[in-house]
Design a binder for this molecule. Sequence first.
Ligand code: NAD
Length: 426
Amino acid sequence: MGSLGSAMPTSGTSSPFFRRRSPRLSRTYNFGGVDCASMQPRLYFVGKVLLAVLFTAFCMSALRQTSSLAGPSKFATHERGVTHVLVTGGAGFIGSHAALRLLEDGHRVTILDNLSRGNMGAVEQLQALFPEPGRLQFVYGDLGDSKRVNEIFEQNAIDAVMHFAAIAYVSESMADPLRYYHNITFNTLTVLEAMKTHGVKKLIYSSTCATYGEPEKMPITENTPQVPINPYGKAKKMSEDLIKDFATTADLSVMILRYFNVIGSDPKGRLGEAPRPELRKHARISGACFDAAAGIIPGIQVRGQDYNTSDGTCIRDYIHVTDLVDAHVKALDKAEMGKVSIYNVGTGKGSSVKEFVEACRFATGVNVTVTMLDRRPGDYAEVYSDPSKIQRELNWSAQHLDLRESLADAWRWRKRHPDGYSVAMI
Ligand SMILES: NC(=O)c1ccc[n+]([C@@H]2O[C@H](COP(=O)([O-])OP(=O)(O)OC[C@H]3O[C@@H](n4cnc5c(N)ncnc54)[C@H](O)[C@@H]3O)[C@@H](O)[C@H]2O)c1
């Protein structure tokens, strides 16, 4: 797959260098009762050794020539005007959209992902769009493996890190908290240590409104106290704290972006959201609505219709992934040396679950069935952002404010890829 997958594990047995040799015949000759190993095979052997030496010398000189002609890998050298961004979790939903935008803007991208939740199909799609050498490389690796992470920093001239990689479902985090602290907090520590060792100074970090917990006042500003109520939010807040503490000692340029609920997909239909089927039980509302519209599940269950909101259902702030990615690019551009800046990334507008379902019905053209259930413990009535700080300081504002259009973008991709990235229907 072109320059992709250079670090994907390969099976040693299939390599031509591991072919089994056939057993040699013994070369002894009999002359008049004298059993003598003839001089001929010895000469033959010496000849072969000489040939091997000559051949090795030839190969080495050819190799030296090839590498001097090709020059060192573009990924291993800094280039003026080109930012080489390490995108952790770049095979996932948001990371792949971010990689697309960075590549469109002329940057160099290294995606690091363990494919535990992401899709190689998304990376292949990016590679097909940007096949030129030195634009995009995929490195298979787990952020929990600090040796591997350090190797990647060692072998590549990285200018900035966008750290998306994480597992990210609230309900899963309640069932398996240690996994979340390991995957989110411990792995962020590994990334920071590698950045420190290799002198990489710029970091854009994916945080979440889940770090705020259940704020008393809406809208949520960056100064709203962070009191997370589940392991996912707590692990993300701990990562933020690690980053802030480290930044005070290391002259880092850091942007922490706290996302609200991310929806939509590339409006041109090049990428989409394709969570693994086994994650369906944790599905976010858009995934559940689409599964219902596609007939995979009979309908959706809405929990709670007696909240103190306009129609009794919960209110959330839905941000289109393209707008979110735009915030990352602006953050990358404006990150200041020695400064940690924190921004909410949301629309500033809340939509109720009922409104969301109506928009989903409109976008899919399917009258999705809804079952109303009692409230789910731990759900809060209203969450929406105050995005005025990011508007003021980064000149960013959400452009996709119509839920129906945002969901239509995602549904178009979903309809053409009913099995995610594995099959495309034209
Ligand atoms: N989707 C949302 O609504 C939302 C909201 C707020 C914050 N976020 C944050 O945005 C980031 C991206 O979320 P997403 O929705 O794209 O999730 P995703 O699951 O689609 O992508 C995450 C990617 O990280 C990779 N990954 C996970 N653990 C890894 C590890 N140990 N080593 C290497 N790669 C690993 C996965 O394989 C996957 O490709 C996460 O940090 C998440 O917490 C998402």
